[in-house]
Design a protein around this ligand. Structure first.
Ligand SMILES: Nc1ncnc2c1ncn2[C@@H]1O[C@H](COP(=O)(O)OP(=O)(O)OP(=O)(O)O)[C@@H](O)[C@H]1O
Ligand SMILES: [Mg+2]
Length: 377
């Protein structure tokens, strides 16, 4: 499990240390650095294999399968600093993680036009062979960005991504093919399985969780003969009252948008790392709470989840899960981001076993109260 990330001279941060827990919730104002945290992890992950090469072929790969960040000028923090933990050249970008008690750090030199930032000598980092142990590089990694698949008539059928690597795609674009190929896989026993009377298969449990968002819905994911595409369809009801199959474009936006999140959590294995941006997007409030419960269940199954969210309901879902004993308070971390001059600042309220938070900084889920005050005035 990742216990910490340190970010120096990267995008929104001059220098920032952030504690990570089995369930980490990142929230705060727009453009305050939340996605930068997830991107720094994704950048390391997509650079794996290049991080130990100190010649021209190694470095931070800025544009790849997970993130497309541009060039050195785009990613180096504007008002770069030489932080005491940074090594080498003051203009370098350093990303460090602690995984299962071991600290790993990588520094790359600034190259204004470069999209592969060369590694600088990094005495505090272990060599590449040690880094292979880091939980960031283990199988089961999923990173689902805010911008995900929308309802469509068909989706890609990539054997390599969905079947070979079990990767849903950073936009969830391989989710439907993953569901087609893995529909009979068993969901881990425990809280990820809803409803004892139904099958524990991935498809059946996907239906069960999707029914928390939309009662009665069920899914089918099938290949389209003679093409490299797969088709998703929705049905409603069962038996003689079952509807026809509907294409995603005819059943609204929220179900398809949430599907990659649901499948990522349900297919989580122990040791998996799941990064989720705005899982609440396009869902009604109760569905947002259920997604928090689902992410908590993935943590109970042994995954680590880091969620960026603007949703009170996701936060409250986590608080209720703590209060109900579904996840210990010590397994949670909440970070509130806001801009401070040219850089981001992070405040970290601590959750108690009763789901209560140690502090409520201004701007931290206080809009309901602000509005109520105006209404009652
Ligand atoms: N090279 C850079 N130097 C300094 N700041 C940067 C740099 N690149 C991006 N930023 C800053 O990073 C911030 C954007 O951060 P990020 O994308 O993490 O936002 P976010 O908190 O995820 O926002 P949202 O809630 O809208 O998703 C902006 O304030 C932007 O000014
Ligand atoms: Mg963001």
């Amino acid at each position: 499990m990742l216990e910490h990330i340190g970010i120096t001279n990267f995008k929104a941060f001059a220098h920032q240390d952030i504690a990570l827990a089995p369930f980490t919730l990142l929230t705060g104002l727009n453009s305050s650095g939340k996605s930068t945290v997830l991107q720094s992890l994704a950048l390391l992950r997509q650079s794996h294999g290049l991080l130990h090469l100190y010649d021209d072929s190694g470095g931070f790969l800025l544009n790849g399968e997970l993130v497309e960040l541009g060039t050195g000028q785009d990613v180096r923090h504007d008002t770069y600093v030489r932080h005491e933990s940074a090594t080498g050249d003051a203009r370098s970008i350093t990303l460090a993680v602690t995984s299962d008690g071991t600290r790993y750090a990588w520094s790359a030199a600034y190259g204004r036009e470069d999209d592969l930032l060369r590694m600088t000598d990094c005495p505090m980092g272990p060599d590449a062979h040690d880094a292979d142990e880091c939980s960031l590089f283990q199988p089961g990694f999923q990173y689902l960005k805010a911008d995900r698949i929308v309802p469509a008539v068909s989706y890609p059928r990539s054997h390599q991504a969905a079947v070979g690597r079990g990767f849903l795609g950073s936009r969830g674009e391989h989710t439907v093919n993953f569901l087609r190929a893995h529909q009979d896989d068993l969901v881990a026993a425990g809280p990820l399985r809803l409803d004892d009377t139904r099958s524990a298969s991935l498809l059946s449990q996907t239906d069960a969780w999707m029914q928390r968002l939309c009662p009665g819905v069920n899914l089918q994911a099938v290949g389209i003969d003679g093409t490299d595409s797969v088709r998703l369809s929705y049905g409603f009801g069962s038996g003689i009252s079952a509807s026809n199959r509907y294409r995603p474009t005819n059943v609204g936006f929220g179900l398809t948008y949430a599907l990659p999140i649901v499948v990522a959590c349900l297919s989580a294995q122990p040791g998996a790392l799941i990064l989720l941006e705005n899982p609440e997007a396009h869902l009604h409030p109760q569905g947002q709470t259920w997604l928090a419960y689902l992410a908590v269940a993935a943590v109970a199954a042994g995954a680590q989840v880091i969620v960026e969210t603007h949703s009170d309901h996701v936060l409250n879902g986590l608080r209720i899960a703590v209060k109900d004993g579904r996840i210990p308070a010590a397994s949670t971390a909440v970070h509130f981001f806001r801009r401070h001059e040219q850089t981001a600042e992070v405040i970290s309220p601590v959750m108690g076993e009763d789901g209560m938070l140690s502090e409520w900084p201004t701007g931290f889920f206080d809009e309901w109260e602000n509005s109520l005050e105006k209404l009652l005035d």
